[in-house]
Design a protein around this ligand. Structure first.
Ligand SMILES: C[S@@+](CC[C@H](N)C(=O)[O-])C[C@H]1O[C@@H](n2cnc3c(N)ncnc32)[C@H](O)[C@@H]1O
Ligand SMILES: [Zn+2]
Length: 359
């Protein structure tokens, strides 16, 4: 036995495993990267990037304030706190987002009731990677290649541990990188998915232009983002209601100021974590300028949600429980709601809107 394996290693010296996507190097080479202990490297000039023990490639290599902020949230367990994979509840947290992950395929016109094969899918600023996790374990998603990246490594490490527990024909690659400087080769992906991400990026038009380049022609990008009109109407209703009732909740004042600041000073938001709030018209023109041929807006929630629950959720997010304020703010909000009420309420006046951009 020993002799055989010795002989084998002489005849076929072990080769490094490779990345599953090709990457452009500053030396001009565009190819799969070699993987060795703790690193990936260009196979022409041997430029390297660190890789963690679980295989997460670090294309970023530095920390910004925003990066440190998200790291601290993950470390404090404030983001995706139920995703700790050491416990059973963690696994079920990935499991509970299974359907939501499939919705992103549906939004792009893909029926995952039938086999979905051989697609290249990018999960942008993936956080704990629940979109990738959900798609990965769908038995109808087969032989697909995923890349999930975030500027913070913590969620990626959770995803890496989860991916090891999933048996599938799909392959996953993960990296730490900055969405403002994506490192992929052009024409790489069939789908780009970003859940609640664009509003954190410095230069959204630049990101969308790069996104269009790394998508294959005919591919699609889908994003779920906060929209200004939806949040503005809800928060304005709360503001008027608290004034009428002689109340003053700092949480309501703060979000009102925050929304108006972000809408009025879009060029002064670099230092904010939540930078942008979108309007359909400006989003559409950004997407068309980036080279997308079609853009559709879909609401994550039906119109009934806005009529019945939206104001209550805005209050709950700020830990405000006040039945009188809720009743008054709902009455005011419903005056807005009724004048705009139509089947497309969520798309036109919704707070969280999913946008599909076709390449
Ligand atoms: C609101 S979380 C959404 C995470 C995940 N997509 C989800 O739906 O749970 C925003 C994510 O964007 C990441 N992020 C912020 N700025 C980034 C950047 N410039 N490049 C890459 N990721 C970034 C954060 O680390 C964080 O995980
Ligand atoms: Zn090189």
């Amino acid at each position: 036995m020993k002799l055989d394996s010795d002989l084998q290693s002489c005849l076929a010296p072990p080769t490094d495993p490779l990345t599953i996507f090709r990457y452009p190097c500053s030396c001009g080479e565009i190819s799969l990267l070699g993987r060795s202990n703790g690193y990936v490297h260009c196979r022409r000039c041997a430029a390297t990037h660190r890789a963690s023990a679980s295989g997460i490639i670090d294309f970023f290599g530095k920390k910004t304030e925003q990066n440190a902020y998200f790291d601290s949230l993950y470390e404090a367990g404030l983001l995706h706190k139920r995703d700790e994979l050491s416990s059973e509840s963690a696994r079920s947290s990935y499991e509970s987002s299974y359907d939501k992950a499939q919705q992103y395929l549906t939004l792009c016109g893909i029926n995952s009731a039938r086999p979905v094969t051989d697609l290249c899918i990018l999960d942008v600023a993936c956080g704990s990677g629940w979109v990738t996790a959900g798609l990965l374990r769908n038995p109808m998603v087969q032989r697909c290649r995923f890349h999930a990246y975030d500027i913070s490594p913590h969620g990626l490490e959770m995803l890496a541990r989860f991916a090891e527990t999933v048996q599938s024909t799909n392959l996953v690659e993960m990296s730490v990188q900055d969405a403002n400087q994506m490192v992929f080769e052009d024409d790489t992906f069939d789908l780009v998915i970003g859940s609640s991400v664009l509003h954190h990026f410095d230069d959204v038009p630049l990101f969308l232009a790069k996104c269009r380049k790394i998508l294959k022609s005919g591919g699609a990008a889908v994003f779920g983002e906060p929209f200004a009109m939806g949040y503005g109407l809800g928060v304005a209703a709360l503001m008027v209601a608290q004034r009428q009732l002689g109340l003053q909740y700092p949480g309501i004042d703060a979000v009102y100021k925050d929304i108006s600041y972000r809408v009025q000073h879009p060029n002064l938001v670099q230092n904010l974590v939540d930078k942008h709030l979108f309007f359909p018209s400006s989003f559409l023109s950004m997407a068309l300028s980036a080279g997308f041929v079609d853009v559709t807006f879909t609401s994550a929630a039906p119109r009934e949600y806005y009529r019945e629950r939206f104001i209550g959720e805005l209050m709950a997010e700020r830990s405000i429980s006040d039945p009188a304020l809720l009743a008054r703010a709902n009455e005011i909000y419903r005056t807005f709601f009724d004048v705009f009420d139509a089947d497309n309420y969520g798309e036109s006046v919704g707070a969280f809107v999913q946008v599909v951009l076709r390449a």
